[in-house]
Design a protein. Structure first.
Length: 112
């Protein structure tokens, strides 16, 4: 994913945690914050070392956002993976992540 779509600075993460809204399911927590300066969404991913290979898990989460890139509203989004996500395969992660993103209302049109 291009640099413009990433949240990297700790100050940005802290501002979103403090001012944003959160929704969750068993596998993921999603924080969203409406940033008026953006023309597209930005994504931050947080995966604990306790969950194992974070590189692989981050890649699966990022891939799901690439698939839905044109359907996501311009917001700052942080995805936090919880312990149950550790034992999931790619399709299960995609389904669970789509579920929590629908609850967070980040899609600009219906996703099947």
């Amino acid at each position: 994913m291009e640099k413009a779509y990433r949240i990297k600075r700790n100050s940005d993460f802290q501002a979103i945690y403090k001012n944003g809204k959160s929704v969750a399911n068993r596998q993921f927590v999603v924080y969203t914050y409406k940033n008026r300066d953006l023309k597209h969404f930005r994504l931050g991913i947080s995966v604990s070392k306790k969950l194992g290979n974070a590189v692989t898990r981050n890649r699966m989460i990022r891939e799901n956002f690439k698939v839905h890139k044109q359907n996501i509203i311009a917001k700052d989004i942080i995805v936090i993976a919880r312990q149950p996500a550790k034992d999931m395969n790619t399709l299960e992660i995609q389904s669970s992540l789509e579920h929590v993103l629908k609850i967070a209302k980040v899609f600009n049109k219906k996703i099947k």
